[in-house]
Design a protein around this ligand. Structure first.
Ligand code: ZN
Length: 114
């Protein structure tokens, strides 16, 4: 996907970078400044919204069942590591039950094949 070919424009300054589509009033803001030795990098916090069918299913299950195990969250949220799964669940406001993550068979098989 090339946003600039899709009608987006690039603008900004030394503190923020905007990728803007004026027609639909869409905007991506990169304002997380990471200073390097002689330069800087502008980043953004991105969060998936429930327009994604997979995320919608997770959010729906999370509201039906207020607590979800870390193992279920791991499978539903894309097989991230335990720390990543907890961070994503927190960002999506999914409360997790206590307990450590068990070894995931799918991840074990995937790692064994690498
Ligand atoms: Zn897994």
């Amino acid at each position: 996907m090339n946003l600039l070919k899709d009608g987006f424009h690039l603008t900004g300054d030394s503190n923020a970078l905007y990728v803007v589509q004026y027609k639909d009033k869409k905007e991506l803001l990169f304002n997380v400044k990471i200073n390097m030795d002689t330069s800087f990098l502008l980043g953004a916090y991105l969060c998936r919204i429930n327009a994604d069918p997979k995320v919608r299913v997770v959010l729906q299950k999370a509201t039906e069942q207020p607590d979800m195990s870390i193992n279920t969250a791991h499978k539903l949220l894309g097989h991230h590591g335990e720390v990543g799964t907890r961070q994503i669940a927190k960002a999506l406001r999914i409360s997790l039950t206590k307990g450590n993550m068990e070894v995931c068979k799918a991840c074990a098989i995937a790692k064994a094949r690498q």
